[in-house]
Design a protein around this ligand. Structure first.
Ligand code: PXL
Length: 278
């Protein structure tokens, strides 16, 4: 069985980060090891959340792992709480990857035109250096603009996304995928560029009326799970988009608890159908 490592926070309440990655990637059939970088009482969209920074635990945990000789088939990083964690995570990637390991960086730091509470432009600048280590990066439109120093726009034409992809490709990842692209006319989706092959991919689907925190984590976890099953990167992006939309639909149908993130649990059987379909 393949084993990946995910490096992100544990938010005790409000499904995101590790509490999303573990169930989704496990359901997809891959073992998930975790390196928690911070412990939050709830994710940062809740008022008054507490944070315990776990940066000082990274070194002792990793030195034990080194003695055991662990290596991972994939490493997936998500929300990180500060710049020093980015430095530490780059070292973890170098120490625990092998030549075939898939490195997925979700630069989870902003949405809807704004950085998450507690993060600043220094953090965003440093995140560029983590993106350089990745096989694939999965920013949303706001994150892509911040990473590339492009003015943030809520309304745009196709050439804005082309520009973001072109500038992202200069960061050094092999594949850049921008999520949550608004194509206009009630259509949303993902636009991606394979930087070496100059191969462009787009997936479009109906835009749903609600958005929830943590959907980027559902997307990235689904992508990682699909890649570990050996699916192509384009198929993995498509499945991640379709599954995330199904989770949003189920949450909308429930109509409450919108700060808790999406009801991915009910959609796990659908995820397996998507992954098993030829
Ligand atoms: O990627 C979403 C996320 C992850 N972790 C924490 C967050 C958020 C989004 O708000 O606050 C702690």
């Amino acid at each position: 069985m393949k084993r990946i490592l995910t490096i992100q926070d544990i938010s005790c309440i409000g499904k995101c980060s590790i509490t999303v990655a573990l169930p989704i990637i496990s359901a997809a059939g891959t073992e998930v090891a975790v390196l928690p970088t911070a412990l939050l009482s709830a994710h940062t969209m809740f008022e008054g959340f507490t944070v315990k920074d776990l940066t000082d635990q990274i070194e002792p945990i990793c030195s034990h792992w080194k003695k055991e000789g662990f290596r991972f088939d994939g490493i997936y990083t998500g929300y990180l709480a500060n710049e020093s964690q980015i430095t530490a995570v780059k070292k973890v990637i170098d120490d625990f990857r092998n030549e075939q390991s898939l490195i997925v960086v979700d630069p989870a730091m902003a949405d809807n035109g704004k950085l998450y509470p507690g993060l600043d432009m220094g953090f965003a600048e440093k995140m560029r250096s983590l993106c350089a280590e990745a096989d694939i990066i999965l920013p949303n439109v706001t994150e892509a603009a911040i990473l590339t120093g492009t003015p943030i726009r809520q309304e745009y034409e196709a050439d804005y996304i082309d520009l973001l992809l072109e500038k992202l490709s200069a960061l050094g990842a092999k594949i850049c995928a921008v999520t949550g692209v608004d194509f206009g006319g009630g259509v949303t989706g993902v636009c991606a560029l394979h930087c070496g092959e100059k191969n462009r991919f787009e997936h479009r689907q109906q835009k749903l009326a609600c958005s929830y925190p943590g959907t980027g984590d559902v997307f990235a976890s689904t992508f990682m799970g699909a890649m570990m099953r050996g699916l192509s990167w384009t198929k993995a992006l498509e499945i991640a988009a379709v599954f995330t939309a199904r989770c949003i639909e189920l949450t909308m149908a429930d109509g409450k608890d919108q700060w808790y993130s999406v009801h991915f649990e009910q959609a796990i059987p659908f995820l397996l159908e998507l992954m098993e379909k030829p």
